[in-house]
Ligand binder design. Structure first.
Ligand code: ISL
Ligand code: CA
Length: 634
């Protein structure tokens, strides 16, 4: 099929794979059907027509789905150019990034809430760990409906976190230690308490009204069928005005209308304001959602079911996303020596190629989450996570993402339960698993991200009751499940495993009652009782601890051209054991990973290999559960 030609019902599946949106969507579809993508690109399935999808899926995908799919496939006509890659060396390709969740890192004044002076107290710890850049969660003034992801004023610091002077000294102190600071800009939506939204409500004729998506309509006239990602419909009603406004997240997080040039200008000015203050870049919250299809049409129910939320096909990579990002970069961070990572859920390898190619002028890197859950599973499902499909997905990003693009490598963040608990719920291999993940993290190509506490091997929290949860998404989910008729006991088990609060319990500095997080009597969310064993102080003095392993791994990566910029090759692997190689100026490294909690046969010969790091004291003929080794080729 020729580039740019229209995709129809009679187009063959393998041809669709050559269009960016088509590639990512078909790949995702096949994943959900449990079919390997290669079966389509190379095998006979590839010769089937799109029109046969209803048949081969036994009706799971119906005609309406097909229509929605064709519209979607044809909406994204752009193709990446085939120019030579720049392959430039950059500080952000070399830096290890550490994500700080401000509320839960360190409380300096005993009120039980983490704060900026608390972060400053711990900068030497981060420096010592080998961190090159810090991603700081949102610290802007906020009514805290979604822990700061609902911004009331982008140029003011949340009182509980400190003052603007504290923020200035944080920037200074980070730089003084040779590290960089990235801040978390939330630009897809503002709080309903932001001055723009208040004005829009007070005076419907003010220019601010068009900063958001207001639609007229009575109680029964909801503008479309989109779901909020945090349960319920994506529309909030303002009865006194006979109007609705769009919110993809909570009822207090109002979506901004990026189609309005004034909105784009204001947001670029905010970014410049922070860059002028000295921050080194941004993590852009749900940035891939900023462009919505014109007219906000209804979402297809089958796509909705597949993706978990109805409507996503109309905004996950909307019609003007690339153009808005190019403009945003030109008018803000493109003028600085900065680094930007965009949160771009649902954008697969090809669409991310559009977002991050060094010839595209958009973002530097993206976060994609396809590896974070197993096929056919969602975060709140009760299941034991299997590392093998995750590794396959990560390998695709290593081998199929273009040389124009730079990946990110991460396993945890403030929205995800702890990997240790997901993949090893009974905890018997916790340390080995945590070290295996560290081995991957610092030997794959891409910028590695550590989420606070990951370097200790922190686990999910055994929250005793509903009252111990804090997260709005969790609480909404619980009501949603009860509403569907689930028993309270069962609903509780689901939120216990999937809740974002699992990652948000206080950082564990020592084994005292409040884990060294606060000197006050209590904290805003409970401390995980496992802090008696899992904490910085204890692990610091133990050469066998997860923390010590992180330090060694980071030191190894930092000094190695091969591990940062080197070429990547898949080695002789089996279904259960992954082997890959990195090659650069300092030589060749071989990484060997047993991805299962069981003993496995080795797939390579160790002749000519010198073992330089591993998560077991010795390695024998048979690989131990989750065994990980790094070798240097002699
Ligand atoms: O799309 C998703 C699920 O399929 C989510 O993972 C989505 O990427 C995520 O919910 C977006 O998260 C970000 O924006 C939210 C905020 O609550 C999160 O903490 C933040 O990381 C709204 O601002
Ligand atoms: Ca505090």
């Amino acid at each position: 099929m020729k580039k740019g030609s229209t995709i129809t019902r009679s187009s063959r599946l393998k041809d669709v794979l050559s269009s960016p949106a088509g590639h990512d969507i078909i790949a995702r579809l096949l994943y959900s059907l449990g079919i390997d993508e290669k079966a389509v690109s190379r095998g006979p399935i590839g010769n089937l027509s799109i029109g046969s999808l209803p048949k081969i899926s036994f009706g799971k995908f119906d005609q309406a789905f097909l229509d929605a799919l064709l519209t979607l496939l044809n909406s994204q006509a752009e193709y990446p150019e085939e120019t030579p890659a720049k392959k430039e060396k950059k500080w952000w390709k070399e830096a290890v990034v550490y994500q700080v969740y401000p509320r839960s890192f360190r409380d300096s004044n005993g009120d039980g809430i983490g704060d900026i002076p608390g972060i400053i107290e711990k900068l030497d710890y981060l420096k010592d760990l080998g961190v090159g850049a810090i991603w700081l969660g949102p610290v802007f003034d906020s009514p805290n409906d979604d822990n700061g992801y609902d911004v009331r004023d982008y140029r003011k610091i949340q009182q509980e976190f400190g003052t603007m002077e504290d923020m200035d000294s944080l920037i200074r102190e980070v730089h003084r230690r040779g590290m960089k600071l990235l801040i978390d800009l939330v630009l897809n939506h503002t709080s309903d308490e932001h001055a723009w939204f208040r004005k829009a409500l007070e005076d419907p004729s003010s220019p601010c009204r068009d900063y958001y998506f207001f639609r007229r309509g009575g109680e029964k006239q909801i503008p479309n069928n989109w779901d909020s990602l945090f349960s319920g419909p994506a529309w909030r009603r303002f009865p006194e005005q006979e109007a609705w406004a769009l919110h993809l997240f909570t009822k207090k997080q109002m979506d901004l209308n990026w189609d309005n040039p004034a909105v784009r200008r204001e947001l670029a000015q905010i970014a410049c304001w922070w860059l002028d203050k000295g921050v080194d870049g941004f993590r852009l919250d749900v940035i891939s959602f900023i462009s919505k299809d014109e007219g906000l049409p209804d979402g297809n129910p089958v796509i909705g079911q597949l993706m978990g939320f109805t409507g996503v096909e109309h905004y996950f990579h909307g019609p003007h996303l690339d153009q808005y990002l190019q403009q945003f970069r030109r008018e803000s961070f493109g003028k600085y020596d900065s680094y930007t990572v965009g949160e771009c859920a649902g954008n697969g390898i090809m669409l991310s190629r559009l977002l991050t190619g060094d010839d595209r002028g958009e973002l530097d890197t993206v976060f994609n989450f396809d590896h974070c859950e197993n096929p056919k599973r969602k975060r709140f499902d009760l299941y034991t996570f299997d590392l093998r499909p995750m590794a396959r997905e990560l390998l695709r990003w290593q081998t199929e993402y273009s040389p124009h693009c730079w990946p990110t490598v991460f396993f945890e963040n403030h929205d995800l339960p702890r990997m240790t608990s997901k993949a090893c719920p009974d905890g018997f291999c916790r340390k080995e698993l945590a070290k295996l993940l560290a081995t991957m993290e610092f030997t794959l190509r891409g910028t590695p991200y550590i989420y606070q506490g990951q370097e200790l091997g922190m686990e999910n929290c055994p929250f005793p009751s509903l009252g111990d949860f804090r997260d709005v998404e969790t609480l909404n989910k619980y009501s949603e499940l009860l509403g569907k008729g689930m028993s309270p006991r069962r609903a509780f088990r689901h939120i216990l495993c999937g809740s974002r609060d699992n990652a948000r319990t206080p950082m564990q500095w020592d084994d005292t009652r409040m884990a060294g997080f606060t000197d006050g009597p209590s904290s805003w969310i409970m401390v995980n009782p496992d802090h008696r064993d899992i904490n910085v102080e204890t692990e610091d003095g133990d050469p066998d601890s997860v923390l010590s392993y992180y330090r060694r791994m980071i030191r190894l990566r930092r000094g190695s051209d091969a591990l940062i910029y080197g070429d990547f090759f898949v080695g002789n692997s089996s279904r259960d054991v992954l082997v890959y190689e990195r090659k650069g100026e300092d030589g060749r490294y071989v990484v060997e990973l047993n991805l299962t909690p069981r003993f496995q046969k080795r797939t390579i010969s160790l002749e000519r290999l010198e073992r330089i790091l591993g998560n077991y004291e010795k390695t024998g003929q048979i690989l131990h559960p989750f065994e990980a080794n790094v070798y240097k080729v002699r």
